[in-house]
Design a binder for this molecule. Sequence first.
Ligand SMILES: CCCCCCCC/C=C\CCCCCCCC(=O)OC[C@H](COP(=O)(O)OP(=O)(O)OC[C@H]1O[C@@H](n2ccc(N)nc2=O)[C@H](O)[C@@H]1O)OC(=O)CCCCCCC/C=C\CCCCCCCC
Ligand SMILES: O=P([O-])([O-])O[C@@H]1[C@@H](O)[C@H](O)[C@@H](O)[C@H](O)[C@@H]1O
Ligand SMILES: [Mg+2]
Length: 214
Amino acid sequence: MLRILRPLTSRVTAPLGRSLARLGLTPNIVTLIGAAGVVVSALYFYPRGQLYAGSVVITVFALFDMLDGAVARANDSASAFGAFLDSSLDRVADAAILAGLMWWFMGGGNDPLLAGLTLFCLISGFMVSYIKARAEGLGVNCDVGVAERTERLIIVLVAVGLSEFGVPYILAGGLWLLAGMSLLTVLQRLVETRARLNGPEHTEDEDKRTSNGA
Ligand SMILES: CCCCCCCC/C=C\CCCCCCCC(=O)OC[C@H](COP(=O)(O)OP(=O)(O)OC[C@H]1O[C@@H](n2ccc(N)nc2=O)[C@H](O)[C@@H]1O)OC(=O)CCCCCCC/C=C\CCCCCCCC
Ligand SMILES: O=P([O-])([O-])O[C@@H]1[C@@H](O)[C@H](O)[C@@H](O)[C@H](O)[C@@H]1O
Ligand SMILES: [Mg+2]
């Protein structure tokens, strides 16, 4: 959904990408800094229980995901391995955020129901990404859904960040919303992939890939 904002955000990220490239940073280094930063920042959630500070710092490092591609485009160094690393480390970052939150609910947060709901969000979010990756492996595009990664990050970070200001039900509400939207996106991507696999543009060549495992 929010991908439509890309032309707008690239007005900021493209010049930033050029500056980082001039400093000698490679896209892969930017990817690694962003992912490592998110993982370490998840320690704000658990064990520290600092939900607002954690959300802010995680947001800063999550934004690196918009900059690695910008650096790649700035110095014409986009690579297949870079794209693979970018997507793979997104999963590590997503897991760190939600695992940090889940552990906090199980400890200081003392809310086993929300811990379970967070685990559901983690698994359904991974399913969203996995379905797209598997569909692409079978030769079809699956860029659909109400909760792509950017939407999922915004929902969880805003809900968790605002919860420290005592906004009623924001944390539980945000997590229920995230769970529902992730589940809906899983269904949207399943339907889309099925339609495309059965569609006219799906060739015999692509059928050969169906025997491959995940
Ligand atoms: C009071 C409350 C307090 C709470 C505080 C918390 C507030 C939280 C609020 C919002 C949270 C916002 C988090 C947003 C994170 C967004 C990050 C994100 O999701 O990015 C995803 C994409 C980028 O996707 P992708 O990685 O696929 O694209 P790339 O551009 O990287 O290109 C990939 C290709 O590049 C090549 N490549 C890449 C890496 C590599 N190592 N080698 C390579 O070769 C390769 O070809 C790859 O295929 O996001 C988007 O761009 C979609 C649009 C998103 C719109 C987001 C809106 C966010 C809101 C505000 C942000 C404004 C920021 C302006 C920019 C600032 C930049 C520092
Ligand atoms: O599938 P999803 O989790 O919505 O979105 C993800 C994108 O936001 C990410 O930038 C891309 O690199 C991943 O491969 C993945 O597709
Ligand atoms: Mg990126």
